[in-house]
Write a protein that binds this ligand. Structure first.
Ligand code: PLP
Length: 377
């Protein structure tokens, strides 16, 4: 099976497995315990925090371990809901992951305002600039890169404009981390990430908070994580996440050709030639090197998925699936695609281990299936 669904979850890297095993065997204590074994766990946790802070460019105390990005994103919304007055608004992009979208809606209702995006899937920067000149929301939230389209958002520019108006800026960096350099993300007030998207284990992520800030916890109980997140820290998966991120940061440093998306671009060129009538979603925007969102010329998503699965390719539609029935993607709707078009979109998301010949094999399989759908084969 050739795996093209890394934006959903990526295989656990060797480095991450080894770090998990070593920590499980050697670090048995609770980091809050007042003895040598506990202290050993405490030191391991401290070092992991320092390492992540180094990659992001922030202070180690700004890092809070979380069970994943869903918890981290919910914690951000919950914190603002608890601390803001009842009129304050939060502005989030209309293409955020459901765990941002739904939690913003849950806590703020109509006071969660959606920042529009262009047909190419980038937030409407002119809209944001004009609105900020007029009104001050309590928070602006825009993801670093979109999970469905791979479109990169101008988070550095958004951060700069938010800083100029003293509005806190939050970025969900789940799809960015491990694919692009983490450097500078730490300048954002709130940053979230999840290990399983870059080769770490499932069930671990983090929240980066503003320096020396007081955050209202979502989970209450023990005073772990400076009182921001109750519950005994899971040291093996934290160390495993850091081992994966460290390995990815090294790969990023050595793989400038891949980061330019050369294989992705060649794949798209071949696909556009072989499948007349298909469109690349977000084609005119800067995109992650690993992601292609393709509006197929014909055939429903499920038909393509089943045929690709049979042919040995795991791909995705990218949008949330409820009870086996695909809802039209809110991301594609925000980009002004019609529901009928959204139902023809497939997402191919490669990983670090994907080869150029894997991309080629995928084009061939898609071309063959396209011919079958047309009754030519
Ligand atoms: N944010 C983005 C952009 C994502 O792609 C995902 C997962 O697909 C999440 C948040 C949620 O991550 P998790 O399911 O690990 O909590």
């Amino acid at each position: 099976m050739i795996y093209f669904d890394h934006n959903a979850t990526a295989p656990v890297m060797r480095e991450a497995r080894e770090a998990w095993l070593a920590a499980t065997e050697n670090i048995s204590g609770n980091p809050s315990s007042p003895h040598g074994i506990g202290n050993r766990a405490h030191v391991a946790l401290k070092e992991a925090r320092e390492k992540l802070a180094h990659f992001l460019g922030c202070h180690a105390n700004d890092i809070i371990w979380m069970s994943g990005a869903t918890e981290a994103n919910n914690t951000v919304m919950h914190h603002f809901a608890k601390t803001l007055d009842t009129k304050a608004e939060v502005w989030i992009s209309s293409i955020e992951h459901p765990c941002v979208h739904e939690s913003a809606k849950y806590y703020f209702g109509k006071r969660a305002k959606l920042i529009p995006v262009t047909h190419d899937g980038v937030i409407d920067f002119d809209w944001l600039t004009a609105e900020l000149a007029d009104t001050r929301p309590a928070l602006v939230g825009v993801m670093a890169a979109n999970n469905e389209t791979g479109v990169i958002q101008p988070w550095r520019e958004i951060l700069a404009i938010c800083q100029s108006y003293e509005v806190p800026f939050f970025t969900d960096a789940v799809q960015w981390l491990g694919k692009m350099p983490a450097k500078d993300l730490g300048q954002c007030d709130f940053v979230t990430g999840a290990a399983h998207k870059f080769g770490g284990p499932r069930g671990i992520g983090f929240l980066k908070i503003p320096h020396k800030s007081k955050i209202t916890p979502l989970l209450v109980g023990g005073k772990q994580e400076q009182g921001v997140r109750a519950g005994t820290e899971n040291i093996p998966i934290i160390l495993s996440m850091l081992a994966a991120l460290e390995a990815r940061e090294k790969q990023i440093g050595h793989s400038q050709h891949l980061l330019r998306g050369i294989w992705r671009d060649n794949f798209e060129k071949k696909l556009l030639k072989d499948l007349p009538g298909m469109t690349i979603v977000g084609a005119n925007s800067p995109r992650l090197w690993n992601t292609v969102s393709a509006l197929m010329p014909d055939g429903a998503q499920l038909k393509w998925l089943t045929k690709l699965d049979k042919a040995g390719f795991a791909v995705s539609t990218g949008s949330a699936c409820t009870t086996g029935k695909e809802e039209p993607s809110h991301v594609l709707a925000a980009m002004h695609f019609k529901a009928a078009e959204a139902h023809r979109v497939l997402r191919f998301s490669a990983g670090w281990e994907t080869t150029e010949s894997d991309w080629d094999a995928l084009v061939k399989a898609l071309t063959k299936i396209h011919e079958e759908i047309h009754g030519k084969a």
